[in-house]
Design a protein around this ligand. Sequence first.
Ligand SMILES: Clc1ccc(CN2CCN(c3c(Br)cnc4[nH]c(-c5ccc(CN6CCOCC6)cc5)nc34)CC2)cc1
Length: 251
Amino acid sequence: LIKQPVPKIFHLGMFEIGRPLGKGKFGRVYLARERETGFVCALKVLHKDEIQQGKIEKQVAREIEIQSNLRHPNILRLYGHFHDRKRIFLILEYAGKGELYKHLQKADRFPGWKAAQYIAQMASALRYLHHKHVIHRDIKPEDILVGLHGELKMSDFGWSVHAPSGRRLTKCGTLDYLPPEMVDPKRCEKPYDEKVDLWSLGVLMYEFLVGQAPFEDTPVMTQRRIAKGDMTIPSFVSSEAKDLIRKVSSS
Ligand SMILES: Clc1ccc(CN2CCN(c3c(Br)cnc4[nH]c(-c5ccc(CN6CCOCC6)cc5)nc34)CC2)cc1
């Protein structure tokens, strides 16, 4: 008989719950360890009533469906999920060095060699995602984690969709990373494709090298500046990096 992986049935009792790793709008994430195997993971606990009130059931279902099927070193694994009467539990890969934006805040900005390594890893994850016709749509330092060996892990697929997608993105969270076709009212109806993630990669590159997002401003001004591509790159950024930021963001 061919050895088929037996689908595991998960339940809360099989985990020892450790320290909280952080809290978000709809739940918390805890360090956890599977009792039997000692396997360490991150357990994301979401509250069903808050998900229903926030009308994000579809988003949570999409996050589970999409992230469960992804296998890439720079994409955080979702090993499984289960629920009880009140809560939904996502069993996620534990990233040993935490959230990237905290490292960026601490460093103010990254040196060219580190930014280049990080962008190469994100580009590799995007190439894999786009090959599977998945658009992430929300790439920002807050959604990127750092593994034990310093490697980046894209996480939080709550906003990802299968391409091409004409679905409008209800504006919430930061506009900084959205491309012109998603902020410009007259272009908003046209379906957009994977290119939205390439724009965000350019914004990420800028933020790694400069220490702040290129269009950071009041929401109205940010929308205008994105639509016009009104970005100035400081002189300390190398000409090669300037060239790459302009090329990726204009694709
Ligand atoms: Cl519903 C929801 C709840 C919380 C959050 C915010 N974070 C999302 C990411 N979370 C983590 C996930 Br998922 C997977 N692996 C992780 N690893 C860590 C982590 C790992 C280590 C640290 C400790 N710091 C590491 C860097 O040096 C200083 C100490 C802090 C956090 N957080 C997560 C932590 C919580 C988002 C959504």
